[in-house]
Write a protein that binds this ligand. Structure first.
Ligand SMILES: [Zn+2]
Ligand SMILES: [Zn+2]
Length: 656
């Protein structure tokens, strides 16, 4: 007999060799009907697994969030079967679960087209309807290789060879079709349901190696129900409409080009936004006791060795020889034996250098050093994505050097500032994760205890809800992650606060304590926006380009209806500019409708229309972006209102 513990704590005995299926069926028919898998001692497992020792059982129902991963995994198997049924000469490779769905890579002379996807979906539905049971078998290695060779599946044979000898070779069957797989799976293909859609095809290399075969990848998304699928597809559609790369072009904000991959060319309009954002953060930091510094771009690799980046992060750095390049024809440009410098991938070690100047006393702490640090990271070309993933980024970075007993107060202050900044940006939903000690870590457990507690206490003391991300902290300390929800429900990790016990040690930062002893400060790495580039990209998408007025590159365009109003329009623009409003004039010989349409595409929040009558009466007809009507106001009144509205939120508060 074995003892099985249920989630409510009840313990019951079962015959050795019983299965999850037997147990759930013994409890109730209706529960059994909804249960697609189980957790055995915390691990997801096949419901049909034989239980051969005491343990804890939890049933996974099909509508549990935990079942989503299984639905997607099983859908990948169904996709592979469908493809091979339709095109038997196709070889299968791998098909993992990804965010919101799954993909499967196939080897085939002709890559799949978008048109194939609908055909494959039909076949997948057929397979779901067949409801073939998923059954697991453990195969002998040679037997498995023979079976896959016989099917012409060379990639699977290669995968088997890569599995360590001490690991079981598991095969999952669904009807006649089978695949090499770690599992677990749900009960049958029926459990996949029909809330799935194949979304796109792409090329991929076998094992990500550009010297190997080119595969055809099919992406899909799968959900528990139709409503969730529809919501997701709608979100994707919205996201495409809001793509910052498209809007960035329409608004003429910036561009990228081949010669500077992953580095932004900010255009005048985009750089207005960038500068406004930087100025805003600078004001907030100044008012919160930070001191701004600027540190070098290029630093000797000896410093990176000391900080540990050279050993751990070098493949993410741009390394430059410290020598004058040769101009001699035919000779190598660099000798390769000069000292090496690296473009900084982060600002932290440089900030410790500033801290280390002169002797610091406990009275100097906390010391908060801020920098709009321009950092370079050597990301692969394929990983770059508009403003969201760049190689040159500017962080709203700061490091707080403090004593351990100051961590909680500093964390509370930081969270208050962060909340206020996010609110000013229009984000009110913030999810907080507290990432705790990982298995391999530096520092004593007593220090970790105190650090984790300080972070948790700071959040609790200020009434913030947070989730624990067990073991996800950095090796040098625990951290907080702040995730924002945007206008279409997507989550973005922006803010971070990371405790660091290691870098002050490595770079020999110290202060004189009250008792005269030398102590190590704790270092808090913290950012609110993250990178300015990415945050602006996220703002553009969340607002669909209709930025808050204070950030809008052009706040108002004065557009004429007739050339008789040209002089008046120029006067109005001059008045607007004199009041600090970003105004442009449009006196082109085009119809007013044409002008309005064009400035709407450029997301200009206000258009002041000026015709003969407005010029005579000193008024403007105001059109607001996104609304149909227009209101006529005396020009002074219109300008006065705008002056109030364009004021950045922090300055508005100050004035109030
Ligand atoms: Zn599988
Ligand atoms: Zn840092």
């Amino acid at each position: 007999m074995i003892k099985v513990t249920f989630p409510d704590g009840a313990v019951r005995e079962f015959a050795l060799g019983t299965t999850g299926t037997t147990i759930v069926e013994g409890i109730s028919k209706s529960l059994a009907k909804k249960t697609v898998a189980m957790r055995w001692n915390g691990e997801l497992a096949d419901l049909s697994d034989v239980l051969d020792a005491d343990g804890k059982i939890e049933f996974v129902l099909r509508d549990d969030p935990a079942a989503l991963e299984l639905i997607r995994h099983d859908a990948a198997h169904v996709l592979a079967e469908a493809v091979q049924e339709l095109w038997p000469d196709t070889q299968v490779t791998i098909g993992p679960v990804i965010e919101n769905g799954f993909f499967y890579d196939f080897y085939r002379a002709e890559p799949f087209s978008e048109d194939d996807l609908r055909v494959i979906e039909k076949k997948m539905e057929e397979i779901v309807d067949r409801g073939a049971e998923f059954t697991k078998e453990v195969w002998d290695r040679e037997e498995a290789k023979k079976a896959f060779s016989a099917k012409g599946e060379q990639f699977k044979v290669e995968l088997i060879d890569a599995i360590p000898d001490d690991q079981q070779l598991k095969i999952y069957k669904q009807g006649q079709w089978f695949d090499l797989c770690r599992g677990p799976h749900m009960r049958s293909t029926k459990d996949v349901g029909k809330a799935f859609k194949l979304t796109k095809v792409a090329g991929a290399y076998w094992r990500g190696d550009s010297n190997r075969e080119v595969l055809s990848r099919i992406y899909g998304t799968a959900w528990a129900g139709k409503d969730q699928l529809d919501a997701h597809l709608h979100m994707i559609e919205e996201a495409e409409k809001r793509d910052h790369r498209k809007i960035g072009q329409e608004m003429d904000l910036y561009h990228f080009q081949h010669e500077a991959q992953g580095s932004v060319f900010w255009h005048p309009k985009g750089f207005v936004m960038y500068n406004q954002m930087e100025a805003y953060i600078r004001r907030r930091l100044n008012a919160s006791g930070y001191k701004e510094i600027k540190t070098p771009q290029l630093l000797d690799n000896k410093l990176w060795e000391k900080s540990g980046h050279w050993q751990k992060f070098r493949d993410g750095m741009f390394v430059v020889p410290d020598e004058i390049p040769s101009m001699e024809e035919g000779k190598p440009i660099v000798s390769m034996d000069a000292n090496l410098l690296a473009l900084k991938p982060m600002n932290c070690p440089a900030h410790v250098q500033v801290f280390n100047q002169g002797i610091k006393s406990y009275r100097d702490l906390p010391l908060r050093l801020a920098e709009f640090g321009c950092c370079h990271r050597n990301e692969a070309h394929g990983a770059l994505h508009g403003l969201m993933r760049v190689r040159q980024m500017t962080q709203d970075d700061a490091h707080i050097f403090c004593r351990i007993d100051q961590i909680q107060a500093e964390t509370e202050k930081f969270c208050a500032l962060l909340d206020s900044v996010y609110e000013d940006m229009g984000f009110t939903e913030v999810r907080i994760l507290l990432a705790t000690r990982p298995e391999t870590r530096a520092g004593d457990d007593s220090v970790w205890d105190l650090a984790e507690k300080s972070l948790g206490d700071a959040l609790s003391a200020t009434g913030r809800k947070f989730e624990i991300a067990e073991g996800e902290g950095a090796f040098y300390g625990p951290k907080l992650e702040f995730h924002l929800k945007d206008a279409i429900g997507r989550s973005w990790q922006c803010g971070t606060l990371q405790l660091d016990f290691v870098m002050p040690e490595r770079l020999d930062a110290s202060y004189v304590a009250e008792d005269g002893s030398r102590q190590r400060p704790v270092m808090l790495h913290r950012a609110i926006l993250g990178s300015l580039e990415r945050f602006l990209g996220m703002m553009i998408e969340s607002y669909a380009g209709r930025m808050p007025l204070w950030l809008a590159p052009v706040q108002v365009v004065v557009a004429t209806i007739v050339s008789d109003a040209d002089d008046y329009a120029q006067e109005v623009v001059a008045d607007l500019r004199a009041k600090g409003i970003r105004a442009e004039v449009d006196t082109r010989n085009e119809s007013i409708n044409y002008k309005v349409r064009e400035h709407s595409v450029g997301r200009v929040p206000f258009i002041f229309v000026a015709g003969r009558r407005e010029a005579e009466e000193k008024t403007v007809s105001i059109r607001q972006l996104g609304s149909q009507g227009q209101t006529v106001k005396p020009v002074d009144e219109a300008i006065g209102e705008l002056v109030r509205d364009v004021t950045p939120p922090d300055l508005k508060r100050k004035a109030a």
